[in-house]
Design a protein around this ligand. Structure first.
Ligand code: GTP
Ligand code: SPV
Ligand code: MN
Length: 598
């Protein structure tokens, strides 16, 4: 709950940050035109060839500002236990003092933009409002795409709606306190970075980075870190999940949400083009879902976002043709390579790189350069409305009823292609125990296995143990038959030579079909130590060249490896102390006793 009016907050912030100008944004196309022209003229944007990629731009960041900075992300609750063992905690007063000193004069010589935005359709009962103050026009344009920016938001706020003040500065003033000017760069940022959430006052302060989730504050900061706390207080769930409608050949619809860690396949599954005849997928969301019980006692979900901020590398006509079609125009590309004819390229867009590329750092590139042409976390930012398979209900204020929830990660070993939970509690255990190989979406060593419960490790705004408890509580408050069924999937299991066992992408439709048939009770499953596995003959493998040996390997449950996994889970759970729900301990005991029976 904010005590200040928007105007008061803006005035107070301007006094602190001392911008040369204040601009109130309305999300209009005139504003888009003006700011894109500004960024082209100051060199932050390169306008792409309008004949190949109309109204689209390439931005190259500072090489030290290319991903979310998890080490610099803080949950500032009064008590450390409320942030929990998986978050970086700082005392809110201490953090505010520090941030005030950093923000002091941080916008000198720059324009301060005030961006009112809605997460969710403006009139949805599930929508939430925010106002981002930023000194980055790149952020304003990205917010145009990713959220619903409009004056309607200010109207809602003036009529009493709650709102989240979200303050952002790249931390690179152009004038010092004596008015001495320093030259601007094409990607201003600061070596010192702070992404601070205040879950007790619903505030966000972000300093020093202009990139992605660090700077587009409606996304991870508000929709997940602050959102998860609002959800706990109010009885709903804010999740790092894609959302799709799957339609069977007979026309039956299934709404499915899936939580996979960053860069583990959400956008790809959200835009799945099934290889199975007759099956269809329609996209509703690719990164965030807000899920709440409705008056019929079912869980309904909305996608609070309005755009995609998708991983570019690996996105090509073979893997994700829908994404390629979506970004045909009106797209901001960040840190991809530039082609000779003024278009974009990245590893995986085509099999071979075009000649004479300029890499993401602005240097001439060839396949012999020894480094990728596009940064591994390079991204495209584009409106959901441009997706050729967007579901008409993506904008529905009431959201969609959920039939199934999937948990997944990037696991070279152990975790089978698909396994169904026995019940909600077991499903929560599956979510709580996800581990995944680290990707380039965050700073850190790519490839190391880390726990990423519910794919929310970097995004949960409170104690993860309490978050599991909240999930259990939501399940207990509804009838078991009305709850979505929970599955675990893994597209990334590898053979002894390090090659993926499963072809993935469009072929994941085969797993989705099995899930749909389970929801319809058309097929049975076999009980195993870790949950319900498919009976192989029930998987639709028509037209897929995969050997029986490979298939067996994809579903193999290695007793020793799982015993080890259970040991690691016990160690992990111990970190949560009293916050670990008893049910999670019981599920672990059940797993252990199942394993001894193998
Ligand atoms: P965030 O936007 O960071 O939250 O990522 P995301 O979960 O949406 O991941 P995305 O779909 O963008 O995929 C990330 C990377 O994984 C891309 O390089 C994809 O090509 C690759 N990928 C996605 N699905 C599959 C799959 O089924 N199999 C394999 N082998 N790779 C996949
Ligand atoms: C993720 O890292 O999960 C993303 C990209 O979706 S960012 O918006 O930077 O968080
Ligand atoms: Mn994400």
């Amino acid at each position: 709950m904010t005590v200040l009016t928007v105007e008061q907050w803006v005035a107070e912030t301007a006094k602190l940050t001392q911008p040369s100008e204040i601009v109130w944004c309305d999300g209009s196309s005139a504003e888009w035109l003006k700011l894109t022209e500004l960024l082209v003229s100051n060199g932050t944007f390169i306008r792409l060839n309008p004949e190949l990629r109309p109204n689209s731009f390439l931005a190259r960041t500072d090489p030290a500002d290319v991903a979310r900075v998890e080490d610099r992300t803080f949950i500032c609750s009064t008590h450390e236990v409320d942030a929990g063992p998986t978050n970086n905690w700082r005392d809110p007063l201490w953090m505010k003092n520090l941030l005030r000193s950093l923000f002091k004069g941080s916008m000198r010589g720059r324009t301060m933009y005030v961006v009112p935005f809605a997460m969710g359709p403006l009139d949805s009962p599930q929508a939430r409002f925010g106002v981002e103050i930023t000194d980055s026009p790149y952020v304003v344009l990205s917010m145009h795409i990713m959220t619903r920016v409009s004056n309607g938001v200010l109207e809602k706020i003036s009529k009493g709606a709650d709102w989240v003040p979200a303050l952002h500065s790249v931390g690179a003033p152009l004038l010092d306190e004596n008015g001495v000017q320093s030259p601007d760069t094409t990607w201003p940022c600061n070596v010192e970075k702070y992404i601070a959430q205040f879950p007790e006052s619903n505030e966000i302060w972000s300093f020093g980075s202009g990139y992605g989730g660090n700077a587009l504050l409606g996304k991870k900061c508000m929709s997940l870190r602050i959102g998860s706390v609002l959800g706990r207080n109010e009885g709903w769930l804010a999740e790092h999940m894609l959302l799709v409608k799957l339609t069977s050949p007979s026309g039956k619809n299934f709404h499915i949400a899936a939580a996979f860690p960053s860069a583990c396949g959400k956008t790809n599954l959200a835009m799945l083009r099934p290889t199975l005849p007759g099956w269809k997928v329609a996209t509703i969301g690719d990164d965030i879902a807000w899920i709440a019980p409705d008056s019929d006692g079912r869980l309904r979900a909305i996608n609070p976002e309005a755009g995609f901020f998708g991983v570019a590398p690996g996105t090509g006509l073979k893997t994700n043709p829908v994404a390629v079609e979506t970004m045909r125009a009106n797209t901001i590309f960040t840190n991809v390579a530039l082609t000779e004819d003024g278009d974009v390229w990245w590893e995986g867009l085509t099999d071979d790189a075009p000649a004479n590329l300029i890499d993401w750092t602005g240097k001439a590139w060839s396949p012999l350069s020894g480094s990728p042409a596009a940064h591994p976390n390079s991204r495209f930012t584009v409106s959901l409305s441009q997706c050729p398979i967007i579901d008409p209900e993506w904008d529905s204020p009431a959201g969609v009823p959920l039939d199934a929830i999937l948990f997944g990660g990037r696991r070279a070993t152990n975790v089978p292609l698909v396994v169904e939970s026995r019940d909600w509690e077991h499903g929560v255990f599956m979510g709580a125990t996800i581990s995944s190989e680290q990707t380039a979406a965050a700073e850190g060593v790519v490839g190391t296995l880390r726990r990423d419960p519910f794919a929310m490790l970097p995004f949960c705004g409170y104690n993860m143990g309490d978050y599991w408890q909240h999930w259990l509580k939501v399940g207990q408050s509804l009838k078991a038959d009305d709850l979505p069924r929970i599955f675990q999937v893994n597209w990334f299991r590898k053979d002894a030579n390090g090659k993926f066992l499963w072809p993935g992408f469009g072929e994941n439709a085969r797993v989705m079909e099995w899930i749909a048939r389970r929801l319809e009770n058309e097929v049975s499953a076999q009980e195993s130590a870790i949950g319900k596995l498919p009976i192989i003959r029930d998987l639709n493998l028509e037209g897929l060249a995969i050997s029986d040996e490979k298939l067996a390997e994809i579903f193999q449950i290695d007793k020793a490896a799982w015993h080890h996994e259970a040991e690691l889970t016990a160690e992990y759970f111990a970190k949560f102390g009293e916050q670990l729900p008893a049910e999670m301990g019981q599920q672990l005991e059940l797993l252990r006793s199942n394993l001894t029976k193998l």
